[in-house]
Design a protein around this ligand. Structure first.
Ligand SMILES: *[C@@H]1O[C@H](CO)[C@@H](O)[C@H](O)[C@H]1NC(C)=O
Ligand SMILES: *[C@@H]1O[C@H](CO)[C@@H](O)[C@H](O)[C@H]1NC(C)=O
Length: 405
């Protein structure tokens, strides 16, 4: 039994690593790291490429913002010291979970080399390696459903005692922060950063300087919540039951969370009803289509909307955060989606009654926005659309600069 057995299996990547600093052979101490992000158009999920194993292979992983860290010791049963059939030597049992289908299965924990590109100015620099990175191997059947073809597993970014951002940070000695910049097209790479800015995008714009900040709450499951206190459309408040907007940490209900597993923002039923009614009344000059395209409830004839460089010209939607001065603006490029040629819909969906979170900000609303998770200061930095700053998440220059001076 050799490591080649691993290949037909798939991997769940645990964003954690074993700190055995004495054995670390890191030559370079980067201040930040960078990974590409690709949009999978059939599933609306985002995929990154991670270098693992010896010799190094570049393998695709789905990025999951609320991914559980699978390395909780309570899940770990017996560790076999001798080689045995399966992925790796020195494995132990672990519960792996598909974030889309929510199926679970027994997997194995294993150590392997992880390599990741450092950031050098505005471009990726040399690869840096972490010799003992914890991966979880899951049965391939677990990853067949709901995930893009050929992915090797899930790269979870959920907050957990030993999460990737924190462990990368402590391994390399930079702040525990990571930022996502999801691309809007499958033809261009978006980007994920670990560590502090500057994060340069073509034409030489440091997007880390265009952030507003709001407190970040982390639920018991490691999910990321922000304090949306009201929603405004055309600068007018949408009437909603604000008690739904309060996250209650003990029950784990209510509030607003961010998710890359939801392609579009999901609103609790009463919020959805009020929101769509208000939006359509603010756009009453444009007739709605009689039969909207599921899962959307509000659609328009694309030709009847007017357009600017930053997408359809429709009423602005603002998520009002901790006070009236801090607003996450969602303009036409992130609020409207052309679902079919000629049909453009309001890109929000009905979450039904009593969903766990009242608002789940999905990936369509995150596209071409930079969101930075600062785990030390418990705050979220957000840029709103980078298109209004004349750049986009597809504008990171992935040309690698030379390894050594
Ligand atoms: C497992 O251990 C055996 C014996 O030490 C070794 O020959 C083999 O290469 C190891 N396999 C992996 C995947 O590390
Ligand atoms: C990308 O970076 C490379 C290497 O620094 C540079 O030669 C090239 O001009 C850059 N491309 C753009 C579009 O800025």
């Amino acid at each position: 039994m050799t490591s080649s057995l691993c290949f037909p299996h798939f991997f769940f990547l645990i964003f954690s690593l074993v700190i055995l600093t004495a054995q670390s052979r890191t030559i370079l101490r980067p201040n930040n790291l960078v990974l590409p992000l690709q949009k999978d158009s059939s599933t609306h999920l985002f995929v990154t490429s991670i270098h693992k194993r010896t010799p190094l292979l570049q393998l695709p992983f789905v990025v999951h913002l609320n991914g559980q860290c699978l390395a909780q010791t309570s899940y770990c049963h017996t560790c076999a010291s001798a080689a045995r059939p399966g992925c790796h030597n020195n494995t132990c049992g672990v519960m792996a979970r598909n974030p889309i289908t929510r199926q679970t299965a027994m997997g194995e924990l294993a150590q392997d080399v992880l390599s990741i590109q450092s950031l050098k100015g505005s471009n990726p620099g040399p690869l840096v390696s972490i010799p003992q990175f914890l991966f979880a191997c899951a049965p391939s059947k677990l990853l067949r459903k709901g995930l893009p073809k050929n992915v090797q597993g899930v790269a979870g970014l959920g907050h957990a005692p030993i999460s990737l951002p924190i462990q990368l940070a402590s391994h390399f000695g930079f702040p525990p922060k990571f930022a996502l910049c999801l691309p809007s097209k499958s033809s261009t790479n978006g980007v994920m950063f670990f560590g502090d800015g500057p994060y340069y995008m073509h034409p030489n714009i440091d997007v880390s300087r265009s952030l507003s900040y709001t407190p970040l709450t982390i639920s018991q499951e490691g999910h990321y919540y922000i304090p949306v206190t009201s929603i405004e459309i055309n600068n007018k408040p949408v009437p909603i039951d604000t008690s739904l907007l309060t996250f209650s940490p003990h029950a784990g209900t209510g509030g607003t969370k961010l998710s890359t597993a939801n392609p579009f923002t999901v609103l609790e039923h009463s919020v959805y009803q009020s929101f769509t009614k208000f939006f359509t009344s603010q756009l009453s000059g444009t007739p709605q289509m009689k039969t909207p395209v599921a899962p959307f409830g509000v659609c328009y004839d694309t030709k009847k909307l007017s357009y600017s460089k930053i997408g359809p010209q429709v009423p602005n939607i603002d998520l009002v955060l901790q006070n009236q001065n801090v607003k996450w603006r969602i303009s036409g490029t992130n609020s409207m989606v052309e679902v079919r040629p000629g049909i453009t819909c309001l890109a929000f969906v009905d979450g039904g009654f009593r969903p766990r979170a009242s608002i789940v900000i999905g990936s369509y609303q995150l596209q071409d926005n930079l969101v930075q998770f600062d785990l030390a200061k418990s705050r979220l930095g957000f840029s709103s659309s980078l298109l209004s700053r004349r750049t986009s998440c597809g504008n990171f220059n992935f040309t690698t600069t030379s390894a050594t001076p």
